[in-house]
Ligand binder design. Structure first.
Ligand code: ADP
Ligand code: ADP
Ligand code: ZN
Length: 221
């Protein structure tokens, strides 16, 4: 079974939705760079303030800051059994920095599933997304509503719409993905780690395909 994975895919593909399920099933950590930045923003750290300017425009936060933040996170105890990286790496520079750091630790990435979803569907998903203020679980007003209106099923915090899920910023983020993140597909393909997953299916069907691709089905066997 794969223990160190990178979930690739455009904004809105369902990376966060699937990463939470994969991490729970496999007993590994879910590490989402966007969630980490939003936590910094929430408590008002210097990194959060710097990241804010990029995030609200749909641009990427500079590689050096992002790489340092994620590498620190994957050294924490709960990531010692493995992790699903969600939203990182997003540039070839980040991917090479990650590979270099893992090499020094005697580790490597096992698999990099790519969740593929077309642009129109991405816009539908992002414009209807609501996120939990507490645990950052993603919901959708039509496709995946919480059981109680406005309240997270998992932690009962309130849910909100992200500032960068507005139409203008969605368009900018999709352009950023095409310009800076698409080259990563080739990067992981050439390492023999890329697995393409059809993301335009129900959440459960995507979970099943991902489970098969990384050779576990909700268990360690
Ligand atoms: P990402 O982390 O890739 O940006 P999310 O997991 O936050 O994506 O999902 C984006 C939006 O699409 C959320 O509102 C989520 O509830 C919804 N969503 C996720 N997977 C699916 C799916 N398979 N079908 C329909 N909607 C989905
Ligand atoms: P999405 O749901 O669109 O995949 P994320 O929550 O992963 O969005 O990211 C939100 C924002 O945080 C990005 O638009 C970007 O500004 C910043 N960000 C997240 N991850 C990275 C990264 N790996 N490199 C640079 N910036 C990042
Ligand atoms: Zn929650």
């Amino acid at each position: 079974m794969s223990k160190r994975m990178i979930l690739l895919g455009p904004p809105g593909a369902g990376k966060g939705t699937q990463a939470v399920i994969m991490a729970d099933n496999a007993g590994i950590a879910h590490v989402a760079s966007g969630d980490l930045f939003r936590k910094h923003l929430g408590v008002g750290t210097e990194l959060g303030l710097i990241a804010k300017g990029y995030m609200e425009k749909g641009d990427l936060v500079p590689d050096d800051l992002t790489v340092r933040m994620v590498l620190e996170r994957i050294r924490e105890d709960d990531a010692s059994e493995g992790y699903v990286l969600d939203g990182f790496p997003r540039t070839v520079g980040q991917a090479t920095a990650l590979d270099q750091a893992l090499l020094e630790l005697g580790q490597s990435i096992d698999k990099a599933p790519l969740i593929e979803v077309g642009k129109q569907e991405l816009i539908r998903r992002l414009s209807g997304r609501w996120v939990c203020r507490g645990c950052q679980a993603p919901y959708h007003e039509i496709f995946n509503p919480p059981r109680k209106v406005g309240i997270c099923d998992k932690c009962s915090s309130d849910i909100y719409q992200r500032e960068d899920d507005k139409p203008e910023v969605i368009a900018a983020r999709l352009d950023t993905y095409e310009a800076q993140t698409i080259p990563l597909i080739e990067y992981y393909q050439s390492q023999g780690k890329l697995i393409r997953i059809n993301g335009e299916q129900e959440v459960e069907a995507v979970t099943t395909d991902l489970g098969n691709a990384i050779s576990f089905n909700g268990s360690f066997s």
